[in-house]
Write a new protein. Structure first.
Length: 199
């Protein structure tokens, strides 16, 4: 059961600074571009679902799907900080101009972390096409297929789908490898020339 995006109180926002850029060229490596966006749904008991999706555009890995009733810029920063500690920092973070993504606190954190913003043009979601495609799969394969009685029930089911997406689901854009298989293949390809050179 889908829901319209509910209006939220405005957050303090900051205009793009020198650390922002237009849509960068297609990613060429892991952690070149992460993309971030929201997907909305509702539970049978009326609870709203706001899903923050973060993907690596090169590996297609779903780095996180954070599910809550409300997600403000502070929570976005906390999740990004945790992902950076695990995966390293991306060069670019692609997003729309939603208030959560241009809030002053987030812009300051990105600047301090050395991550360049890549804000898409207003009204042009296709400029965030990789994450839009992922969000469509999340809706078609999970949100529309499940009947969530509550947010507490939805959270582990959505996380299970994310794990399946990364570990089991092959992608044509990755030569029919899963995101995690593609990462392992890249790691092996990077190590192999060094091993051969040492022989």
């Amino acid at each position: 059961m889908a829901s319209r995006r509910a209006p939220a109180p405005p957050e303090e926002a900051s205009p793009p600074t020198g650390g922002s850029a237009s849509r960068p060229t297609s990613p060429t490596a892991r952690n070149h571009v992460w993309a971030i966006d929201f997907v909305f749904d509702a539970c049978a008991n009326g609870q709203k679902l706001k899903c923050l999706t973060i993907i690596d555009e090169w590996t297609r890995e779903a780095l996180a799907i954070d599910v809550a009733g409300s997600i403000r810029s502070g929570r976005v920063i906390e999740l990004l900080a945790r992902l950076v500690s695990i995966h390293g920092a991306p060069k670019h973070l692609r997003s729309d101009n939603g208030p959560e993504f241009i809030a002053t606190a987030l812009m300051r954190w990105l600047l301090d972390t050395g991550i360049e913003t890549a804000l898409i043009a207003p009204g042009k979601p296709w400029q965030n096409g990789t994450d839009e495609s992922f969000n469509g799969k999340l809706r078609d394969e999970c949100l529309s297929m499940e009947w969530f009685r509550s947010r507490a029930e939805a959270i582990p089911l959505i996380e299970a789908w994310r794990v399946h997406y990364n570990d089991v689901r092959p992608h044509s854009s990755l030569s029919y490898k899963t995101p995690n298989e593609f990462k392992r293949y890249e790691d092996l390809s990077a190590v192999q020339p060094a091993v051969e050179a040492s022989l």
